[in-house]
Design a protein around this ligand. Structure first.
Ligand code: BGP
Length: 483
């Protein structure tokens, strides 16, 4: 018998996905390409060091519009959820999931990004998906935009400081809220807003920490507009009292490498600017002092319009969500780095890492849940957490993924510890219940699912679904609370 964990009965266990990583059907039902679907798969020389071998530039993206044959674009095909959603939703339900986090594809609803009216076929598709979830009694959480900007924004070099961008996004966001508020209770306007400003600008120049600080600095004005745009979505959503709008931040839990006060203060500075800054603005509705100091020192001037401050203050998010995969360290005395979720982080000698160099740290999840609850006192939700591994089906058509069982079980245990600490965390969606195309490397080989999907990096395969060992383990956990 395994260890029994304590969770509230109503705790929302679930799975998370994103349209551009699962749907495929990029040119069906009136849809056009999004930026994500233009990102080619490039074979990695060294998986644990992808940013050295794979640099996606705006030029590569634009080239891909004309180059449909020569290169491969896995996000155009996803896992064909577009045609297989009924089968997938049924499998999620049978595993015991209570909530399904998915995103809507902007270019399925507004194919050109800036159309005046929505594409009916696109709306119909999501209606069918939500109907299916309803039938299976699955709660839904929707990310309105998960890294898939319309091609129009890239071609016109738009950023969030452009009114055209803000207004077309708002039209899209309001349209889907109007259409689907009866089906969807939880909404996240932007996925990982702290990565958003620079991913949306396509400033993908290696994305290591040095560049990230530089890029983030040049993007603070973009971010400001993202915050304001999100606040406008929240304001609009008040006409539907049954729905709730939350934030989504890529967590960057980090520790000081040691107790050298210089390293401790460095870690605090990084935690401020890489994590708390975003929550502070979205929850407290104002810019924190440490950010104003940094802006001042760097000569960054936020271009605020009249009314921006009031909008932010009056429209805080109603709950916080975050993705949590790993933790890192900060120090001014050491340079040792490992790969991370979109950025390199400091190595921690006490932690093991995945094949992609992401340091596994379940206790860090309890730590961040406590940090966020202590600071904000609004409900929390873990919207992504999981482990990517190279896997193949064995002769019994399954995968004996004991490492995933261990990874998930240890993270679940730390959530239950946080709940005992008094933290209000009301749900968890694993990344992901089913294998999907990777966001960062556009490959199929990096598998996160409890369900194996028979496609390779070049979209060869049947697309058939097979249950891994973790699927049965999770189902049992739902029934017994035992890990
Ligand atoms: C998060 C993204 C997801 C997801 C995950 C894993 O940052 O929100 O879309 O893919 O990271 O990253 P990857 O797919 O690169 O392994």
């Amino acid at each position: 018998m395994g260890k029994k964990l304590e969770f509230p009965k109503e705790f929302l266990w679930g799975g998370a996905t994103a349209a551009n990583q699962i749907e495929g059907a990029y040119d069906i039902g009136g849809k056009t390409l999004s930026a994500a679907e233009m990102t080619p798969y490039i074979e990695l020389m060294d998986r644990s060091n992808p940013s050295e071998t794979r640099k996606i530039t705006k030029e590569i993206l634009l080239e891909s519009i004309d180059n449909k044959e020569g290169k491969h674009y896995p996000k155009r095909y996803g896992i064909d959820f577009y045609h297989r959603y009924k089968e997938d939703i049924k499998l999620f339900k049978e595993a015991g999931l209570k909530i399904f986090r998915m995103s809507i594809s902007w270019t399925r609803i507004f194919p050109n990004g800036n159309d005046k009216t929505p594409n009916k076929k696109g709306l119909d598709f999501y209606k069918c998906v939500f109907e299916e979830c309803k039938k299976q009694n699955l709660e839904v959480m929707v990310t309105i935009n998960h890294f898939d900007l319309p091609l129009w924004a890239i071609e016109k070099n738009l950023s969030w400081t452009d009114k055209e961008m803000q207004e077309n996004y708002l039209l899209y966001a309001k349209t889907v809220i109007d259409e689907f508020n009866e089906y969807v209770k939880y909404w996240l306007p932007f996925n990982e807003i702290n990565l958003y400003a620079f991913t949306s600008k396509m400033l993908n120049d290696g994305l290591d920490e040095k560049n990230i600080m530089k890029t983030i600095i040049s993007s603070y004005n973009d971010l400001h507009k993202l915050f304001v745009t999100q606040a406008k979505v929240i304001e609009y959503s008040k006409k539907y009292p049954n729905i709730k709008i939350g934030s989504m931040v890529a967590d960057s839990t980090s520790y000081s490498l040691d107790c050298n006060p210089l390293n401790v203060i460095e870690n605090q500075k990084m935690e401020h600017m890489k994590k708390f800054f975003y929550h502070d603005v979205m929850v407290r509705g104002e810019y924190p002092g440490y950010a104003l100091r940094l802006f001042n020192e760097l000569g960054v001037k936020i271009d605020k319009e009249d009314g921006d401050d009031i909008l932010l203050k009056n429209n805080p998010v109603q709950f916080i969500t975050f993705s949590y995969y790993m933790s890192g360290t900060h120090s001014v005395t050491s340079d040792e780095k490992t790969e991370g979720n979109f950025m390199k982080v400091g190595k921690n000698p006490f932690l093991k890492a995945t094949e992609w160099g992401w340091q596994i740290d379940p206790i860090g999840l309890r730590y961040v849940l406590n940090q966020l609850w202590d600071r904000y006192q609004i409900p929390l939700f873990v919207s992504e957490n999981g482990i990517g591994v190279l896997e193949t089906l064995n002769e019994n058509n399954t995968v004996e993924d004991d490492y995933r069982i261990e990874y998930l079980g240890k993270h679940f245990e730390q959530i239950s510890e946080a709940i005992k600490d008094g933290v209000n965390v009301f749900g968890y969606t694993m990344w992901t219940p089913i294998d999907v195309v990777s966001a960062g490397t556009s490959e199929m080989s990096k598998r996160y699912g409890m369900i194996f999907v028979d496609y390779d990096d070049y979209h060869n395969g049947t697309g058939n679904r097979y249950l891994k060992k973790s699927y049965k383990w999770f189902k049992n956990f739902m029934e017994t609370s035992e890990i």
